[in-house]
Write a protein that binds this ligand. Structure first.
Ligand code: 13P
Ligand code: SF4
Length: 344
């Protein structure tokens, strides 16, 4: 009896199944105006999985793309449009500009940054690299253009394991920045010698093993999907660990009917499309006694909205620029990432 009561309480307090957002008639009119602006400005919308449903569906409906940070970079660099509108965070806009300097890159807001980027200032990072000249510098895409300019390789979470495994096979020692959780996961999986920068994602760091175990009591047959920016105790509970696109693929491949998902809840829009018959449940944040410090939604991704998207297209606001000398240096690691073919 107590067990049953406990389950109901857990369900009530922690379980948040995904419910799709619907558009009001005002929103629908605004969406039509934005579609028209995209045509008039020869612009393509490239959106990350963590942006709001309405932006993701607009990107899909207008021939743009919804993707993880690696695919956003690939898609943008191949797009024939003269303008790309990047709905995501600053490093994604900068990456698009560095790969396509001839294009105009707009963002709904240039204020949308990332805790990993903020936590890795270029001057301090450069000094860290200077102190360890024997190491191959591998930086996560979630960094500024200046930090990328110090790197031998740029990687996203979709490709980090393969690139570091390749370097390890060649006997190279790695200097890794900025996400310590992803770095630890990559080191553990590949056996590579990795010296870590001390950075973290404020969204993924909030997922707690205790909360996931509580939800598992309600859904004992559920699979747990985890983005590797999460702490080790959470990754240890995962049935699948990977980048946003890899988690969507895992949702399809796993036989489970219920999936507990430890990453930004923006991913539910595309994940539910991929597995319409499955129940998607947010992994809880904050753990036992949580005070809702985090809601599994990146505050910077959430800054992208229809209003600032319309404004940026109408007035050309939010144009991304990158210093040419920085761009040329950063391109070395970026090009290596895009050219890398996994041998595994
Ligand atoms: P992906 O490369 O998996 O899309 O992740 C980007 C990101 O910011 C995760 O928090
Ligand atoms: Fe950065 Fe985390 Fe937001 Fe991704 S979810 S953009 S890593 S703060």
């Amino acid at each position: 009896m107590t067990e049953l009561l406990d389950r109901d309480q857990v369900r009530e307090h922690l379980v948040r199944p995904y419910t799709p957002q619907s558009s009001s008639s005002d929103q629908k009119r605004q969406i039509e105006r934005i579609k028209q602006l995209l045509i008039e400005r020869d612009a393509t919308l490239v959106a990350h999985y963590y942006t709001d449903d309405v932006l993701q569906s607009l990107a899909e409906a207008t021939g743009g793309c919804v993707a993880d940070s690696l695919e956003m970079a690939r898609f943008g660099s191949k797009s024939p449009s003269s303008t790309l509108v990047v709905a995501g965070v600053r490093f994604m806009g900068e990456t698009a500009k560095m790969l396509s300097p001839e294009k105009r890159i707009l963002m709904p807001t240039l204020e949308a940054t990332c805790s990993l980027d903020i936590g890795c200032p270029a001057a301090e990072f450069s000094a860290f690299c200077d102190a360890h000249p024997d190491r191959t510098v591998v930086v996560y895409a979630n960094t500024s253009a200046e930090v990328k300019a110090r790197a031998d390789w740029v990687v996203t979470s979709a490709i980090a394991l393969d690139v570091v495994a390749h370097l390890h096979e060649k006997g190279e020692k790695v200097l890794w920045a900025p996400d310590k959780h992803l770095g630890r996961y990559v080191a553990e999986q590949t056996g590579a010698d990795m010296l870590m920068w001390d950075g973290a994602c404020i969204v993924h760091e909030e997922f707690k093993a205790k909360g996931i175990l509580d939800i598992k009591r309600v859904y004992p047959d559920a699979a747990v999907l985890v983005h590797p920016e999460s702490p080790q105790s959470v990754v240890d509970l995962a049935d699948a660990t990977g980048s946003t696109s890899q988690l969507i693929n895992a949702a399809k491949a796993l036989p489970h009917d219920t999936l507990i998902v430890a990453t930004d809840r923006g991913i539910f829009y595309k994940m539910q499309q991929a597995v319409p018959e499955k129940l998607l449940v947010e992994a809880p944040t904050g753990g036992n006694g949580a005070t809702c410090r985090s809601c599994a939604h990146c505050p910077w991704m959430a800054m992208n909205a229809l209003d600032n998207l319309e404004q940026c297209l109408k007035e050309g606001l939010g144009e991304v620029t990158v210093d040419e000398a920085v761009r040329v240096k950063a391109l070395v690691g970026l090009d290596r990432m895009l050219a890398f073919k996994s041998g595994r």
